[in-house]
Design a protein around this ligand. Sequence first.
Ligand SMILES: Nc1ncnc2c1ncn2[C@@H]1O[C@H](COP(=O)(O)OP(=O)(O)OP(=O)(O)O)[C@@H](O)[C@H]1O
Length: 256
Amino acid sequence: MSLLHVKDVVVRFGGVTAVNHANFEVERGTVTGLIGPNGAGKTTCFNVITGLQTPTAGRVILDGKDITRMPVPRRARHGMGRTFQRLEAFGSLTVEDNVRVAIDIRDGFRGFMRAVDGSADAEIDALLERVGILDYAEERADSVPTGTARLLEVARALARNPRLLLLDEPSSGLDEAETEAFGGLLLDLAAEGRTVLMVEHDMDLVMRVCHEIHVLDFGSIIAQGTPEQIRKDPAVQKAYLGYSDEDVAVTKEVAL
Ligand SMILES: Nc1ncnc2c1ncn2[C@@H]1O[C@H](COP(=O)(O)OP(=O)(O)OP(=O)(O)O)[C@@H](O)[C@H]1O
C-alpha cells in the first residue's frame, strides 16, 4: 500500500479549476516529483495534502487513513512535514534558533527544558550539518542567501522527524554544487525510509533523484512514470515545450 494517495481531488476557486480530478500515489521510501508548468495546480495539491486547502471534492489518504478533514497540526503529528515556496523562517532569529524552535514545538515541555539546559544543541548542529549550512548557524536567518534559507526550512522540517516530507521548490536559490549535495540528501532520506514529495522546476535535479514523477497540467495528471518514461512522454513534451518529438518527426516527414 502506498503511503499517500490523492484520490480524485478537485479544487475550484470560483470559476477557476486549480485541480481537476487529480489522482496519484506516493510510494514509501521514495523521492517522488510533482511537476508541471506554472499554474498547473502543484502548490494547490500540496495545500490539499497538508490541510491548508479543503478540496471541493476527492480524498487524501495517508497510510490507509482518510485525512481529508484532519486539521493541519494533527497531520504534522501523523508525520507530515512541509516547506513552502515562499520562505517562512523567522528572520530575526539566528539559523540555529530557527531549528531550536522547531525542536521545542516537537518536544513540548521537554523541549522547553532542553532549550534551557542546552541539550538540544548537538541535535541542532547535526541537522544544520546534514543540510550543509552549519557554517551559518549563528547568522540571522534574514541575512543568509536565499538558498541557505531554503535549506534552513528543510532542516526545520526534518527536526520534526517526518515520514512524509513535502518540499515546494526546494532547490531555487541553490548553486550547482549545493543542488548536487541537496540531491544526495534527498536520496539519503529515501534510503532511510522517509518519503519525499517534491515540487521542483529544476528538471536536471528531478530527473536525477526522483524514483517516480507525476505531471500536472491545467490541474489534471497528464503523465506518471519513471524519469525516463516522463522524458519521452509526448503529452509532457507538449505541456512544457508546446510540441513533442512526435510532432517534430511528423514535421520532418512532411518536409521531406
Ligand atoms: N487562492 C486562490 N484563489 C484563486 N485562484 C487561485 C488560488 N490559488 C491558486 N489559484 C489559481 O489556481 C491555479 C493553480 O495554482 P497553483 O499555485 O496551485 O499552481 P502551481 O502549479 O503551483 O504554479 P507555480 O509553478 O507557478 O507555483 C492557478 O491558475 C492559480 O492562479
